[in-house]
Design a protein. Structure first.
Length: 132
C-alpha cells in the first residue's frame, strides 16, 4: 500500500449545509421579489410620432385582447395580463411582429415604417437600457 501525501480527503461539515441552505433561501427570495415587482403596475403605452394613441394597465386585463392601432399598416396588438405583442402588421420588414411578447418594464416594440412604438412602463426595471 502506497501512501500518497498529495491526496487530501475533504469532508462536508454541518456548516457547509447551513451555508448552502442560506444561499438557496436568498436565491429563491430574490426570484420571488423580482417576479412580484415586475408584474405590478405595468402599463402599455403606444405612441405614433411621439403622440400617445393608446394606454392600458396590464392589471386591468383579464384575458387576451386584440387592439387595432394603425389603419395605414393595419397593426394589431395583443394585450395580455402578462405582456403585449404586435401580432399583425402590413409593414415590409415585420420586425415589430418578430420581436415577440414584451413582459418587463422598459421593453419596447417599434414599427419604423408606421412610426409606432409600444412600450411597457411602471413596475421596476432591472436595467437602465434594453437593446435588442
Amino acid at each position: 500500500m502506497q501512501n500518497n501525501k498529495n491526496t487530501v480527503r475533504k469532508r462536508v461539515t454541518a456548516w457547509d449545509f447551513v451555508l448552502m441552505a442560506v444561499l438557496v433561501c436568498v436565491a429563491v427570495s430574490a426570484i420571488f421579489i423580482q417576479h412580484k415587482s415586475n408584474d405590478e403596475l405595468l402599463e402599455v403605452v403606444v405612441k405614433k410620432d411621439s403622440e400617445i394613441v393608446y394606454t392600458q394597465s396590464l392589471s386591468s386585463v383579464s384575458r387576451e385582447t386584440d387592439v387595432p392601432i394603425d389603419n395605414e399598416y393595419n397593426i394589431i396588438l395583443r394585450v395580455m395580463p402578462d405582456g403585449v405583442q404586435v401580432i399583425s402588421s402590413e409593414c415590409g420588414d415585420k420586425i415589430c411582429v418578430n420581436t415577440g411578447k414584451i413582459t418587463r418594464s422598459g421593453q419596447a416594440v417599434v414599427c419604423l415604417p408606421a412610426h409606432i412604438s409600444v412600450t411597457l412602463r411602471g413596475g421596476e426595471s432591472e436595467a437602465d437600457v434594453i437593446v435588442g
